[in-house]
Each structure stands twice: as structure tokens, then as C-alpha cells.
Design a protein around this ligand. Structure first.
Ligand SMILES: [Zn+2]
Length: 62
């Protein structure tokens, strides 16, 4: 008997109890995959800042 621990939910289970090793179930596998993708696609240090001096306020000095 080989017991494993699910990386997602930390549940202990037997190797032959799962069809989605090393996860205990498909749900945990998808959750882990989702976390991984979330981190992989997030670019660090890229603030979505818009410059405030965009002139479209109709204050024409004419
Ligand atoms: Zn799990």
C-alpha cells in the first residue's frame, strides 16, 4: 500500500484510489492547474496606470 498526500487539499489517500495522481481527484488537479496558470500568466510589476494629463476636458484657453 502506498499512501500519498494530495498537494491541493492535503488529503491522504492510497495510490490506487485516484485516477489523477498525485492528486486525490480531478477537482484538485484542476485547482492546482488553475493556480499554476494564474501565476504563470501574471506579469510582475506592471501597473495599469493611466496618465492623468489626458487632455479632453474641454478647458480650451482661446
Ligand atoms: Zn485533493
Amino acid at each position: 500500500m502506498r499512501s500519498m498526500t494530495c498537494p491541493t487539499c492535503q488529503a491522504a489517500f492510497e495510490r490506487n484510489e485516484t485516477q489523477f495522481p498525485p492528486f486525490c481527484c480531478e477537482r484538485c488537479k484542476l485547482i492546482d492547474l488553475g493556480n499554476w496558470l494564474d501565476g504563470a500568466y501574471r506579469l510582475p510589476g506592471e501597473p495599469a496606470e493611466v496618465p492623468e494629463n489626458a487632455d479632453s476636458d474641454g478647458e480650451s484657453s482661446d
